[in-house]
Ligand binder design. Sequence first.
Ligand SMILES: Cc1ncc(C[n+]2csc(CCOP(=O)(O)OP(=O)(O)O)c2C)c(N)n1
Ligand SMILES: [Mg+2]
Length: 267
Amino acid sequence: MDLTDTCKNIREDTVRCIASIGVGHIGGCLSMVEILATLYFKEMNIDPNNPKMEGRDRLIVSKGHAGPAVYATLANRGYFSKDLLLTLNQSGTALPSHCDMNRTVGIDMTTGSLGQGFSCAVGAALGSKIKKDGAYVYAIIGDGESQEGQIWEAAMFAASKKLNNLIAFTDYNGMQIDGMTEDVNGLEPLADKWKGFGWNTYEVDGHDLDQLATAIKNAKAQDKPTMIIAKTIKGKGVSFVEEKGFANHNMPFKEEDLAKAIKEIRG
Ligand SMILES: Cc1ncc(C[n+]2csc(CCOP(=O)(O)OP(=O)(O)O)c2C)c(N)n1
Ligand SMILES: [Mg+2]
């Protein structure tokens, strides 16, 4: 299947998942769909029939509040039935709102406390180097999350250990929970900061599948970790979510919004 169609499927299943409970982190889910599709359907050495396969590549979604988009991707990739998506965050569910490695098949790290997942990714990349299993570790952090001090501590360590098997993405949608990132605590010049911390850096359109693939290909030829700064749109693909601006961080999304959203996603 064409990766563009896969993105449509992931978007549709993400909004279905969130609509099933009526509220959720829809903005930051929809902004990283192309990154997820590229990783799970093109790049990662994984096996949905053997989720704990030794030496597999890993993705750690450090912005763990975007669980629904990850679940929609895993369901489309064959890790579990799409029916499960409609149990989001309900009592006893395998799909809590935030990523949980103890509850969901295919999730490799529990995340949600911003900053921590990225440190775990650095640790996983170091572990892979020690084991010499040839795996790549991918991570996605939010731009708001980049304000966490822990991110920079982990960044410094990853560069000092030359973890060139670590390829990270900043989902740079310009918004965080209660404002524009530049207004709350500006990140610019972000690429220079990562370079200063010893990382290889690319800046791409985070909704352009070709640019994402090229950046990953180039990252694999480096002798240091790579940060791919992906410019994205929070709520991408659903106009009435995009238009809410940062208020789309965690917003009500009801069954009656669903048909309208799916029509746009499919259109
Ligand atoms: C340590 C910590 N502080 C606060 C929060 C609450 N919180 C959840 S998401 C969020 C905003 C994150 O913004 P960003 O990283 O830009 O995410 P995105 O825009 O991709 O949704 C905050 C403050 C948290 N989960 N963890
Ligand atoms: Mg953001």
